[in-house]
Design a protein around this ligand. Structure first.
Ligand SMILES: [Zn+2]
Length: 138
């Protein structure tokens, strides 16, 4: 999928567009635009903690997901991530959007008001808005 640097918001909008109006207004869910800088041989996601706060997910889970998906290593500091190598900012943005789709948005109503619940050996993503569940692999 080819995505320009400016498509982050439209990708998120597309993911959110099916949210029923009453739910999207209630949740007022917005995500900060990733602030990415390439410095020498590393790539810095400067506002990682803001993004994680908006996601309301475990920072380490998001961090590990990004490393796996981008196929690189990196380190997490207070508010930012340093990726090893020069990673195109649009790839990082795409992976953040795919995390949102995979681990946050409800599969039925697309609301972002979800949380993980354990059931036997599986983890389900449970929607607080409509009650739907779907299995997720953590
Ligand atoms: Zn739902």
């Amino acid at each position: 999928m080819a995505v320009s640097d400016h498509d982050y918001e439209s990708l998120l909008d597309r993911a959110r567009e099916r949210i029923p109006k009453n739910i999207s207004e209630r949740s007022r869910w917005t995500m900060p635009e990733p602030d990415i800088m390439i410095e020498g041989s590393q790539t810095i996601l400067r506002n990682f903690s803001d993004i994680v706060d908006a996601m309301d997910r475990d920072a380490n889970h998001v961090f590990q997901y990004l490393l796996n998906e981008l196929g690189t290593s990196g380190s997490r500091e207070q508010v930012r991530i340093m990726f090893k190598g020069r990673v195109p900012p649009k790839r990082i943005k795409e992976k953040i959007v795919s995390y949102v789709k995979t681990y946050i948005l409800c599969g039925e109503c697309k609301a972002p008001d979800t949380r993980f619940v354990r059931e036997d050996r599986t983890t389900l993503l449970k929607c607080q808005a409509c009650g739907a569940t779907r299995p997720v692999r953590l």
